[in-house]
Design a protein around this ligand. Structure first.
Ligand code: GLN
Length: 460
């Protein structure tokens, strides 16, 4: 039937059974994409899940939204195409918070995804389906998008490595835009090695995305500089003092401390650094992200894109009815907020001010990276939470994005890694590097992985 040998009926059966337990996929069917994958190549024999805001020809592209229910993509994202050329096979499309907006995957219009470590907890988000798919052992790796933490936070909740590449390192062609100046396609996997191989396959310039950069020339300056290693030849790690204090759940604080000790044991003592702009990160992120979202989502009007509402008697009514019926509450809230901050006469007060804060955040990171090679930070201030808990509150979720969305505002690469399992729940930490210094992230995390590998989820 044209399927690679390892994807026979028993593969399908096992995958469907596991997916029934966690709800990771919106569409699970490797036969759709198999013909587009090379029969051999460096990633041959691997399967992957693709977040359903990334286009794969022949599969649906719903973005977790009612508005796009039933839409089938006529084309494939560049990042996916490169993986297919390397022999990897798309197994299906994974669940997400609608258009990537959220941190629990509860904002999907279609299904709940459960954390494979504890089905009473969320898998994180917005790439929660991708994380659950890998943690439940359905696929070898998965793609997500990271606009403000959506690869790293679910990776952390599900005991995985989660890479957010440098802005521009991976083509965004075929990624449905949420906030274009912040986002990038990233990888979730259970080993540093596979994460790195997938990234190496996807990255590099793409004529279809003018913000993408040629990897070799972009990465050369960072590699040539080699960082601040000093006499020991070891990477120097800094911990922003603003991350170490209040606001972390005890489990997360303990994990941060344990990680610090592991790094010291690996010959990488962690020094305290100052990142004062961190307190402005969430405010700047939610002004910029919603402003961009309000513009990017304008195309979903029931005319150009999106399901058309019936019964309207004029175009205004048609657009209003289609968007009212098609978008969920969180998406509507963000479109309203984004429209508010961009409204004429008030741009100075919100949007332009947020851009200035963003510039200050970038400068803050650049200054810190003059004395250290990597920054250690928590991914999320609390362990995987339960639906309906205080941590699940939409406003609490936004405040909790502080550690992840700082890297997006600054365009920096970051790698979340498994660092603890407390009361059966995975907790991750992250390392952040200067632009195009992903190699440093892999180098440091390989050492940490030997001490604390990706934990195995209870078999479902
Ligand atoms: N939680 C963040 C948000 O809701 C992350 C989104 C993302 O990275 N797609 O905006």
């Amino acid at each position: 039937d044209g399927m690679p040998g390892n994807l026979d009926a028993s593969w399908n059966e096992r995958a469907s059974a596991r997916d029934a337990a966690v709800g990771a996929f919106l569409q699970l069917d490797p036969s759709i994409g198999a013909a587009d994958s090379a029969p051999s190549g460096p990633l041959a024999g691997t399967t992957f899940g693709v977040k359903d805001n990334i286009a794969v020809r022949g599969y649906q592209l719903t973005c977790g939204s009612r508005l796009l229910e039933g839409v089938v993509s006529p084309y494939t994202a560049t990042a996916v195409e490169r993986l297919q050329h390397a022999g990897a096979v798309v197994a299906g499309k994974t669940n997400l918070d609608e258009f990537g907006m959220g941190s629990s995957t509860e904002n999907s219009a279609f299904r709940r995804t459960l954390n494979p470590f504890d089905r009473g907890r969320v898998p994180g988000g917005s790439s929660g389906g991708s994380a659950a798919a890998v943690a439940a052992g359905i696929v070898d790796f998965a793609l997500g998008s990271d606009t403000g933490g959506s690869v790293r936070q679910p990776a952390s909740f599900c005991g995985l490595f989660g890479l957010k590449p440098t802005y521009g390192a991976v083509s965004r062609y075929g990624l449905v835009a949420y906030a274009s100046s912040l986002e990038v396609i990233g990888v979730l996997a259970r080993s540093v090695d596979l994460t790195e191989r997938v990234f190496a396959t996807m990255r590099g310039e793409d004529p279809l995305d003018h913000s993408s950069l040629p990897w070799e020339s972009a990465a050369r300056p960072a590699a040539a500089k080699g960082g601040t290693r000093g006499k020991t030849g070891r990477l120097r790690v800094g911990l922003p003092r603003q991350c170490a204090g209040d606001g972390l759940a005890p489990e997360v604080r303990r994990t941060l401390e344990a990680t610090r000790e592991r790094l010291a044991g690996l010959g990488r003592p962690v020094t305290e650094v100052d990142l004062p702009t961190l307190e402005h990160v969430v405010a700047a992120y939610y002004v910029i992200a919603t402003a961009e979202a309000s513009a990017n989502l304008a195309r979903f009007d029931g005319i150009r894109y999106g399901r058309r509402a019936g019964g309207a008697v004029n175009p205004e009514e048609l657009v209003l009815a289609s968007r009212s019926a098609g978008f969920g509450d969180e998406v509507k809230l963000r479109i309203l907020l984004g429209t508010y901050v961009l409204r004429s006469g008030f741009q100075d007060q919100y949007y332009l001010r947020a851009q200035k804060v963003r510039t200050a955040i970038r400068a803050d990171f650049a200054r810190v990276f003059e004395s250290v090679d990597l920054l250690l930070m928590p991914v999320y201030p609390v362990p995987p939470f339960a639906p309906g808990s205080a941590e699940a509150d939409p406003f609490a979720q936004k405040l909790a994005d502080v550690y992840t969305c700082s890297a997006n505002l600054a365009g920096l690469p970051a790698l979340a890694f498994p660092a603890a399992v407390e009361a059966g729940l995975p907790i991750g930490m992250q390392l952040i590097a200067p632009p195009f210094a992903e190699d440093r992230l892999f180098e440091a995390c390989r050492g940490l992985e030997k001490i604390f590998p990706s934990p195995e989820a209870p078999v479902t």
